[in-house]
Design a protein around this ligand. Structure first.
Ligand SMILES: O=C1NC[C@H](CO)[C@@H](O)[C@@H]1O
Length: 434
C-alpha cells in the first residue's frame, strides 16, 4: 500500500533497528511489519492517555506511568488515543480541551501528548492517534460547526436524537472553513516536535498511525448518495494531506466499518480503497447497536454473538478483497447486570471478549488480513466519583468518556479475570509475529 512504498523512501532521520529494519509500522501486502517481523496489535483504547501526561492541571504522570507499566506487563503493545479535543459548551464533553478556539492550543495538554508518546517509545509500545471525533465527547466535528456555521454544538445526550445529530455533524466534511481549521490542527499535531525528547512526531516510530477521526460517519443511516460521495472524498483527500506532511506513518480512517457506513458495503469499500488509506478499521458494539440486551443477557446472547461473529468475518473478508490489513480497534460489553459498579462481575464481558479473541486468533493464524484488536477501554486505576456515575471536571479519567456512565465499558485494574484473558490472548497474537 501507499505507506509501504513511502516509508521505503522515509526521511533520512527515519530510525532503523540494529538489524537495519524500519522501526516504523509499515504495511506489507495484507499485514503489518515492524523491525523486519510481522506485527500484530494486542491493544487497548486509552483515549485520555495524553491528558494524564500533562505537566499540570489534569495531568497525573505517576498514574500514567503505572498504567503503561500495567498494560505492558499484560503484553498490550498498542494504545489508541485522542490527540486533540475542542473546547465546547456541551456538558457531555471532556474539559479542559486542547483547542480553545480556532488556532488557540493548550500547550500543557499538547505537552501531555508528548510525554505519553515518549513513555510509549521507552516501552516499545505504539500509539494510534485520532485527530478529530464524530461524537460530541471531545467537542469534535459538531464543535467545528459551532465555530464556522454558528450553529450550536449538539449534544445527543440532551437532544436524544442521534439521527438528527449524525446528519448535521456530517456537514463538517463539506464546510470549507471547518476543513481549513481542521487541517491547521492536523499540521499542528503531525508537525509537532516532542517537547520531552526533541523528536519530531513525523520521525517517531512510537506513533503507528494517524487517524482522521474517531468513528467518522457519512451522516445517519439514511445518508444520501451526495453525502456518501462527500465522505468518500473527505477520507481520500485528508489521508493524502497527512501523507504529504508525514512520509513515515500509516493513515487510517477510524471507521466502525458497515455500522459507520450506513450499512453500505459499497461505501465502506469505496471510501477505504484510496491508496492514501493504509489499513482498515472496524468497531463492534453489540449493546449500542441493539443486538445485545444487557437487561436480558441470557435471552439476547445467542443472537448477539451470532451477529458479532458475522460482523467480524464480513469485515475480514472485505479486507481480503481490498487487500489491506484490518484492525478491530474497538469492542466492548457491559458488566454483569448492566451495572456501572466496579464491584459488579464481568462474566458476560469475559465470555464476549473470549469469543472475539478466539475468532480473531483463528483467522489471523490462518493468514487472513486481521491484524489484531484494541478493546474499549482501559480504566486501570480510574474510579467513578459520583453516585450517578456521570463524569464531572476534576474526576478521574477512565475508559468511558464523559458522554457515558463511568464504569460502562471500562476494564479496571481490579478486573482480574478480564486482565488474565487479555494477557493470554495478547501472548497468542504475539506468537504469530515472525
Ligand atoms: O468511539 C466510541 N465508540 C463506542 C464507545 C462506547 O459506546 C464510545 O464511548 C466511543 O464514542
Amino acid at each position: 500500500a501507499m505507506a509501504g512504498l513511502v516509508s521505503g523512501a522515509a526521511s533520512a532521520a527515519a530510525p532503523v533497528s540494529a538489524a537495519g529494519k524500519s522501526e516504523f509500522v509499515t504495511v506489507k501486502n495484507t499485514h503489518f511489519a515492524r523491525k523486519g517481523k510481522s506485527y500484530y496489535i494486542a491493544g487497548a483504547n486509552f483515549w485520555y492517555g495524553g491528558y494524564l501526561g500533562s505537566p499540570s492541571g489534569v495531568g497525573e504522570r505517576a498514574r500514567l506511568l503505572k498504567e503503561l507499566d500495567t498494560m505492558k506487563a499484560l503484553g498490550i503493545n498498542n494504545v489508541r488515543v485522542l490527540a486533540v479535543s475542542e473546547k465546547t459548551a456541551m456538558t457531555s464533553a471532556v474539559r479542559p480541551a486542547t483547542t480553545n478556539g480556532p488556532g488557540k492550543y493548550d500547550e500543557d495538554l499538547l505537552a501531555g501528548l508528548d510525554f505519553l508518546v515518549d513513555e510509549l517509545g521507552k516501552r516499545d509500545m505504539t500509539v494510534v492517534l485520532y485527530l478529530n471525533n464524530f461524537w460530541q465527547w471531545s467537542g469534535g466535528m459538531t464543535q467545528y460547526l459551532n465555530w464556522f456555521e454558528g450553529t450550536p454544538a449538539i449534544d445527543p445526550n440532551v437532544t436524544k436524537d442521534y439521527d438528527d445529530y449524525m446528519a448535521k455533524t456530517a456537514r463538517f466534511y463539506a464546510n470549507k472553513d471547518a476543513q481549513k481549521e481542521y487541517r491547521g490542527t492536523i499540521r499542528k499535531i503531525v508537525g509537532r516536535v516532542n517537547s520531552i525528547n526533541g523528536k519530531a512526531y513525523r520521525d517517531d516510530p512510537a506513533i503507528m498511525s494517524w487517524q482522521l477521526a474517531n468513528e467518522p460517519r457519512p451522516g445517519n443511516g439514511k445518508a444520501s448518495d451526495k453525502e456518501k460521495a462527500i465522505y468518500t472524498k473527505w477520507i481520500a483527500e485528508t489521508a493524502q494531506y497527512i501523507h504529504e506532511l508525514d512520509r513515515n506513518h500509516l493513515v487510517s480512517s477510524g471507521s466502525e466499518g458497515l455500522a459507520g457506513s450506513a450499512q453500505d458495503a459499497k461505501l465502506f469499500m469505496a471510501s477505504h480503497s484510496s491508496k492514501h488509506i493504509d489499513y482498515l478499521t472496524y468497531h463492534l458494539w453489540p449493546k449500542n447497536w441493539g443486538w445485545f440486551d444487557s437487561k436480558k443477557p441470557v435471552e439476547s446472547w445467542d443472537g448477539a454473538i451470532a451477529k458479532s461473529r458475522d460482523y467480524l468475518n464480513v469485515h475480514i473478508d472485505m479486507a481480503k478483497t481490498i487487500g489491506k490489513p484490518i484492525v478491530l480497534e474497538e469492542f466492548g460489553l457491559d458488566r454483569d447486570g448492566a451495572s456501572f459498579d466496579i464491584k459488579a462481575g464481568t462474566k458476560i464481558r469475559d465470555r464476549f471478549y473470549g469469543e472475539i479473541f478466539n475468532l480473531i486468533q483463528r483467522r489471523a493464524a490462518s493468514g487472513d488480513p486481521i491484524a489484531g484488536w484494541n478493546f474499549w477501554a482501559w480504566g486501570g486505576a480510574g474510579r467513578a466519583a459520583n453516585a450517578d456515575y456521570w463524569w464531572k471536571q476534576g474526576n478521574d479519567f477512565m475508559g468511558d468518556p464523559p458522554q457515558e456512565e463511568q464504569g460502562l465499558y471500562s476494564v479496571f485494574d481490579s478486573d482480574a479475570s478480564s486482565l488474565a484473558l487479555i494477557k493470554d490472548h495478547a501472548g497468542k497474537l504475539r506468537s504469530l509475529q515472525r
